[in-house]
Design a protein around this ligand. Structure first.
Ligand code: ZN
Ligand code: ZN
Length: 347
């Protein structure tokens, strides 16, 4: 099999011929049809997350490693203890826990400290085959197009899980989505269909805001414009009850926390990085909640895929690219040049 791998963090990917895995026991071998490219792939490619103040969280990954956690593919072989029809196609849930610890047992496998995630610790969809440890991680995608389907495993799941944490949604002008890249766009679509709210969107890019408005955002603001802050406060009648920050940078949090009403929730999803700087008394006085949200649980994935199969979620724009353009796609994503999502297609 062929895989576009990271040999040196931050350097161009290398196309390597590697041995195709032979599934054992409960394992399932999936031939990758498409794999969405996520902003966290950019960080994993660089081998570290930015913690602010010049500090980095290094990812201890064995090289070479293969990115890609938004996989849609076809089952081509199973171990003896798996029973999946060969030729059937699935979205792969990539957040694989140990299955034994407290977190895994209560259904939060995605938070497991011993996680072996596909496309992070385990080889992912930048390779033309992936090994899935158990068929329980496979989800049917109904008649959703292959290049879109994989994106529900991360951007869709991440958006869904974050929106759940932001409940309840009383009205359109009390919910804000900050950052309408791939995950934020997905957040907008899921907010409309699963949570019955048309949020306000904020971004630094007018083109993305325009697309968000065409996709049902109730109002759009460009945060680089000086008047935006006051206009948003006016439009929200004193601030939002839920703000979901799909950027997660010092700039976005610095701007976004000013937009929260008393008792409001600030949910940080984006992993852009930096440090949180905030006047502490405002947290108790304003009764603010600041919460993180990381991908989503297997249970969230099941709920989401049910909505997907029922065609309840409007598609986000997804650009198809050849898998051989994997490295360029990471660069384009880093430069903010991708509208919605880019998906790598294997031939
Ligand atoms: Zn992702
Ligand atoms: Zn665990």
């Amino acid at each position: 099999m062929k895989a576009y791998q990271v040999e040196e963090p931050g350097k161009p990917l290398v196309c390597n011929e590697v041995e195709t895995p032979n599934p054992q026991g409960k394992e399932v071998l999936v031939k990758t049809i498409s794999c969405g490219v996520c902003h966290s792939d950019v960080h994993i490619h660089e081998g570290a997350f930015n913690l602010g103040g010049g500090n980095k969280l290094e990812l201890p990954l064995e090289r070479p490693y293969t990115l890609g956690h938004e996989v849609f593919g076809e089952v081509i072989a199973c171990g003896d203890d798996a029973s999946v029809e060969i030729g059937s196609k699935f979205v792969v849930y990539p957040w694989i826990g140990c299955g034994e610890c407290e977190l895994c047992k209560k259904g939060d496998e995605h938070l497991c400290n011993l996680a072996q995630n596909i496309g992070v610790q385990m080889p992912g969809g930048f390779g033309d085959h992936i090994l899935v440890p158990d068929q329980k991680y496979l989800h049917e995608a109904g008649d959703i197009e292959p290049h879109l389907a994989g994106s529900y495993a991360c951007s869709g799941l991440t958006a869904y899980s974050a929106l759940k944490k932001g409940l309840p949604y009383s009205s359109d002008n009390k919910a804000i989505i900050l950052g309408v890249g791939g995950v934020g766009m997905m957040g907008l679509q899921i907010a409309k269909s699963a949570f019955n709210v048309n949020p306000i969107v904020i971004d630094v890019d007018d083109e993305k805001l325009e697309i968000a408005l065409n996709n049902g955002a109730s109002k759009a603001f460009n945060s680089t414009k000086e008047e935006s802050l006051m206009e948003i406060l006016e439009h929200t009648e004193g601030g939002a009850m839920t703000l979901i920050d799909f950027v997660g940078s010092e700039l976005s949090v610095g701007f976004g926390t000013n937009l929260l009403a008393k008792g409001g929730k600030y949910i940080i999803v984006g992993l852009y990085g930096g440090e949180l700087k905030m006047p502490l008394p405002l947290i108790p006085i304003m009764e603010r909640t600041i919460q993180g949200s990381y991908v989503g649980s297997p249970g969230d994935m099941e709920e989401l895929m049910e909505l997907v199969r029922a065609n309840k979620i409007d598609p986000i724009p997804v650009e198809k690219r050849s898998a051989s353009e994997a490295y360029q796609t990471l660069l384009d994503l880093k430069d903010g040049k991708i509208i919605g999502r880019a998906a790598l297609m294997h031939d």
